[in-house]
Design a protein around this ligand. Structure first.
Ligand code: C2E
Ligand code: CA
Ligand code: CA
Ligand code: CA
Length: 278
């Protein structure tokens, strides 16, 4: 048994070494990925179910790795955060989304808005919002409202956030609270900050049925958000039944595979052409 234990110990050491090695390689590759133009943004429509209008989309990053193929953001965003690379990547996402929002504002809908995911660390980088983002919006002659940033609940509790939020809002950029209901957020933060959208997390939508506890929770979140002046976006809508329940409850926007999967810019162009209302 002792021998076995030792072998097992060696086995784990070897695999841990491999894992560490793979991680180092991934970090190195990630450092070069921006220069090598390996990132892409996919776009998923955010639909107003009442009118069928599509004038919002969420940008979702993809990394096309030369050997590994497509790497999920769930696998590389945490590494980008740990290494600080997220700041540069985040700025790339902002620029890319702004350029695209400008195009869709011109040829689809003048109030088109692209929402981008942001990491807390990115917003801590001093002056990023006022500096780089401001300059870029100016250069494109694009109003800030062409962009919304999605933040997660934890950020609301950080001391520096109030200042950052003011900087962001001064640019006209809107703010969306992502994954709502999954974090530690207290309702009082919603009162304290002037946030524009609340995104109901897909975990509440997945098993949504009439009379279920998820139904009650969605309803409560929507009523509360509306009383506080926020619009509500439900994510992860996959069926017409889920959509029906949510829009009956007054949900303002829906997003999910039921409408469309995240798409390339070209696919999204086709989708916009086919969508009934501008
Ligand atoms: P998220 O912000 O919660 O994004 C929604 C995720 O749900 C996306 O996964 C999307 O593809 C997926 N999704 C959309 N509709 C449905 C549906 O109907 N059913 C289900 N089951 N899933 C749906 P994705 O693209 O893999 O992104 C994962 C996470 O990576 C995102 O979660 C976000 O936190 C992060 N992420 C993506 N792009 C960026 C980025 O540019 N910057 C940062 N910092 N994080 C990003
Ligand atoms: Ca999001
Ligand atoms: Ca989410
Ligand atoms: Ca507001």
């Amino acid at each position: 048994a002792k021998e076995e234990g030792r072998n097992r110990f060696h086995y784990f050491t070897a695999s841990m070494q491999e894992a560490a090695q793979a991680r180092v390689e991934l970090i190195n590759d990630l450092r070069g990925a921006l220069q090598k133009n390996e990132f892409r943004l996919l776009y998923q429509p955010i639909v107003d179910p009442g009118s069928g209008r599509v004038h919002k989309a969420e940008a979702l990053i993809r990394w096309q790795h030369p050997e590994r193929g497509q790497v999920s953001p769930l696998d590389f965003i945490p590494i980008a955060e740990e290494t600080g690379l997220i700041v540069e990547i985040g700025n790339w996402v902002f620029r890319e989304a702004a350029k695209q929002a400008r195009v869709w504002r011109q040829c689809h809908s003048p109030d088109f808005q692209i929402s981008i995911n942001t990491s807390p660390l990115q917003l801590h980088a001093e002056g990023i919002c006022t500096g780089e983002w401001y300059d870029y919006l100016q250069a494109l002659e694009l109003p800030g409202a062409a962009i919304a940033i999605e933040i997660t609940e934890g950020l609301l509790m950080e001391n520096s956030f109030a200042t950052r939020l003011l900087e962001i809002q001064r640019l006209g950029i809107e703010v969306s609270l992502d994954d709502f209901g999954t974090g530690y957020s207290s309702m009082s933060y919603l009162k304290k900050f002037d946030i524009d959208y609340l995104k109901i997390d897909k975990s509440f939508v997945r098993n949504l049925r009439p009379g279920s506890s998820d139904h009650a929770l969605c309803e409560a979140m929507i009523v509360m958000a509306h009383k506080l002046g926020l619009k509500v976006i439900a994510e992860g809508i996959e069926t017409s039944a889920q959509l029906g329940l949510l829009s009956d409850t007054g949900c303002d926007y829906g997003q999910g595979y039921y409408f469309a999967r995240p798409m390339t810019q070209t696919e999204f162009d086709d989708y916009l052409k086919k969508s009934t209302a501008p």
